[in-house]
Design a protein. Structure first.
Length: 214
């Protein structure tokens, strides 16, 4: 990974520009299309059982992951979404999704927001792609500390096939092996997947805090 030059909260600028152009429509999420977004959500639910869990979604945008969980009748206990764009948070709250609430705040500059609701699971889907290395590892460290049991996140992998889709200028491929090494330095309970897109351009890591020894 390399640190892209940035200052302040420049990691939010692509989302601000997208909102100015598209409002709270799907394009504000910066996902390529709804299918690729839902596939990433499906991977989350394949890698972890959300039943009875308090979930915090860092970078929730319009609340699409919450809607996915509700549509699939996944019996989570409570869902809290955090996003720095207040306009998309307003949209998410107006969806009136059961057991879900959404709050406006920047968890990069205020990592204490990641502890909202004492989450069992912290999820980060797509939000790391516009951050610098320093920001990525600071956010992941705060999220791991905040999670009661599980941290899961996806990212654009630098171990993709040579002909994988090129990334737009605001998104970055992250150092996959460095992220895996970081995860394994904290827990032996790590899952990794990079098989859900044919060219391997996206990856997911799930980390579990070890329970009592048996």
């Amino acid at each position: 990974m390399t640190n892209a030059p940035t200052g302040g909260d420049a990691y939010l600028d692509p989302y601000r520009r997208s909102h100015a152009q598209h409002g709270a429509g799907f394009d504000v999420t910066l996902w390529a299309n709804p299918r690729s977004q839902r596939l990433r959500f499906e991977v989350f639910t394949q890698m972890h059982f959300f039943g009875g869990r308090r979930v915090l979604d860092a970078g929730c945008s319009r609340g699409d992951f919450a809607a996915y969980l509700v549509e699939r009748d996944i019996p989570f206990a409570r869902y809290i979404g955090i996003d720095a764009l207040c306009e998309v948070v307003d949209f998410a709250n107006k969806r009136n999704l059961p057991r879900c609430e959404f709050h406006c705040g920047d968890f990069v500059t205020k990592p204490e927001l990641l502890r909202t609701g004492e989450p069992d699971v912290v999820c980060i889907s797509g939000s790391l792609n516009t951050m610098t290395d320093t920001q990525v590892f600071a956010v992941l460290g705060a999220a791991w500390a905040a999670a009661g049991q599980t941290l899961m996140f996806n990212f654009l992998s630098d171990r993709a096939a040579p002909n994988a889709p090129a990334q737009v200028d605001y998104s970055r491929r992250l150092d996959t092996m460095r992220l895996l090494d970081w995860a394994l330095s904290l827990t032996s309970q790590v899952q990794f997947r990079q098989d859900y897109f044919r060219l391997g351009h996206d990856a997911t890591i799930v980390m579990e805090k070890a329970g009592p020894s048996k």
